[in-house]
Each structure stands twice: as C-alpha cells, then as structure tokens.
Design a protein around this ligand. Sequence first.
Ligand SMILES: N[C@@H](Cc1ccccc1)C(=O)O
Length: 415
Amino acid sequence: MAPSKKASLPSSAWGAMIICGTVAGAGMFTLPVVMAGAWYSWSVVMLVISWFCMLLSGLLFMKVSLNFPLGAGYDTLTQALTPKWWGRLNGLSITFVLGILTYAYISASGPVYQQSLNTLGFALNGAEAKGLLTAVVALVVWLGTKGVSRFITFCLVAKLLLFFMLFGGLIHHVDLSQLLTPRESSQHPTAYWPFLLAVVPFCLASFGFHGNITGLISYYQGNERKVKQALIGGTLFALVIYLFWLTCTMGNIPRQDFPEISRQGGDIHALIQAMHDRISQKSLGLLLDIFSHFAVICSFLGVTVGLFDFIADKLGFENSKAGRAKTALITFCPPLIASILFPQGFLMAIGYAGLFATFWALFTPALLAWNAHPRFAQGKPRRVSDKAAILLVLVFGLVNIVAWAGSQLHLIPLF
Ligand SMILES: N[C@@H](Cc1ccccc1)C(=O)O
C-alpha cells in the first residue's frame, strides 16, 4: 500500500485476514472428531466442496450488496428484495446461529481456560472459569469497535503464527500410512463413505463468515475486485489451515480413539488431551494449549460483536455506556447460563449452527441474487454461470438439511 496515494485502499491481504479470522474458529475443532468415520481422504473431498459452495454464496451476496449504499447489511437487502416473512426468518436464523455459537465458544473454551488457570495456581471451578472468560470478552466488546478490531487483529496474528509453529512440530509425528489406511480394531467399521453425509453441517458451520461481508465492502469502499480477492484469499487460507489441521490430528490420533473423544463431549479440551497423550514433547503440548486459546477467542470476538450489533439494532438500545452495558448483558448472559447448565453441548451446538446457517448463508444469498437480477441488470439476460452458482448453492443447502435430519433421525450412520 503506497501511503503517498491518498485514496489508496488497504491491501486485500488485510481483508483476507479478517475473513480467515472468523472462518477458522471453534468449528475447526469439531472437524477431526466428526470426520473420524469418513476419515481422511473423503473428508478432504467434502471440505473442498464445502469451501467452494460457501465461497460462492459469499460472492453472490457481495455482488447483490454492491448495488446498495455502503454499509447495507442483511436486514436492508432482505427487506428490499425478499418478502417480509423471509426477512423475519432470516433475522431469526442469524440471531439463533450467533447465539448458539456464543454458547459453543463458552462451553468449548471454558475447560481449557480452567485447566490453564489451575496450572497457574488459581483454583477456579468450571463455572467460574467460564464466567471470567465471558466477562473479559464482554468487556472488550462493550468498549467498542476500535478496541475489538485491534484485539482481534492481535489474536489473529498470534493464532496464525502459533498454528504454523505448531504445525511444524506436529507434522514430524504424522503417521502417513495411518492417514490413508488406518489400522482398524475389530469393533470399528472399515467402510468410510457411509459416514460422509453426517459431516456436512459441521463443514458448513466451519466455513461460515457471511456476517462479515458487509463490513468488508465498507472497508474497501465498494471496490469489487478487492473484496473478491479478500473473500477468495481468506477462505482459501482457512481451507489450507483446515487441511493442515486434519493431517496433524488424524495423523497423530488413531481412528478408533475418536469415539471416546466424542463421548467426552468432543470439545477442544478432549481433543487436545488426546493429542497430549500421544506427543511426548512438552513444548509442543504447551504450544497446542496456547494456540487453542487464541483460535477460539478470535472467532468468539468476531461472532459476539455481530450478535451485539444485531441485538442493539433490533432492540434500539443506545450507543451510550449504559445502553451498551444492557446490550452486553443480553448478548452474553443467556449463552453463559446455558453453558453452565448444559456443559456438554459443544458438538451439538456447532451442528445446529450449521443447520440454521443454511438459511442465511446459503438460501438468502441465492434468493437475493435471483431477485436482484430483474431490478439491477437493466434487461441483460442472466448469465449461465450465475444460474449455475445459484443452483449449486441451493443444492448444497438442501443436502445439508437432509444430512442433518438424517443424522438426528439415525437414518445415516454415525461413527
Ligand atoms: N466459522 C466459524 C463459525 C461461524 C459460522 C457462521 C458465521 C460466522 C461464524 C467457526 O468455525 O467458528
């Protein structure tokens, strides 16, 4: 970026970082656990398909929103281009997904923080650790946008640096033959593909970022090329991180150990504990712990800022100190209480987030793109590629709903 040019926009690498920060969060920790049945090769295929469809829907949303004034978000677009009831459902699904993700972040990271604090000599129980963590995040969000974005950038840089340090260490331990053909114990099934469908909602949640597109467009002042580059770059970077992550975890933990991790709640703590048992190097274990802290806090902040703004906007709370405190209470208290009462719901919550995100992250962008054409294309015919993109996004959304319902009704096998 040339500082001398007054009107020059930030590099698309910054935008890519912001997107990658929201994309690669707690969802990532569910992937190895839910993918153990389908195992490595099938899961890689599914990840690439999910990445492509979620990116496509993001690009559809971006294209539509470029026809509106800067800062126009989901609410404005759905009001302008879809029936009223659709806009309401869309708002509900956004609130639900962001709320349940907040619950998932608190539930998943609470035990990790508790253990770290206990090691440092602070004797806190699970509920106290969760309360403390939530209070700190709530304080940062309450302080306002500037504080949050600085803190997110710091966490993001720390997260990426730690990930690559960790990856460099873990990759030496990866057992390649286990990745491609795991040694099966007699009680575990040897077929992989039947388990594939069950992973779709988790892949979808892991590639969710759609609440950040509006912010990105304002950041680049409506420059389509830059926003596009940032979306492609950020999601692609997250895909690479996920592939590394899957290689490190599945290459270190045997397939038959995963059902036990899942039984312990399938959360970050259980997964990291299983890795600890396999890695003798102490420094690597410490790195893994620190990395998990930063990975979650980054998405935790990104998602709760979205929920906070959404609640303030809907309930009309002022942007004063007292108004923000009220919004913060409504944003953080229900997920915190739910997480203390039902601590084991991490995996289930990410699954629900995947299901409900189908609505606003896939169906709404497809519908907006379809309805925007007659309004903004000035009589030009629809391009075949646009039609194909809309169709693909819709089909992926439907597959996700079938997959989720199938696994809830036990119609598709679970590992
Ligand atoms: N992708 C995020 C979750 C998310 C879903 C939908 C929207 C925003 C965020 C994660 O992995 O934690």
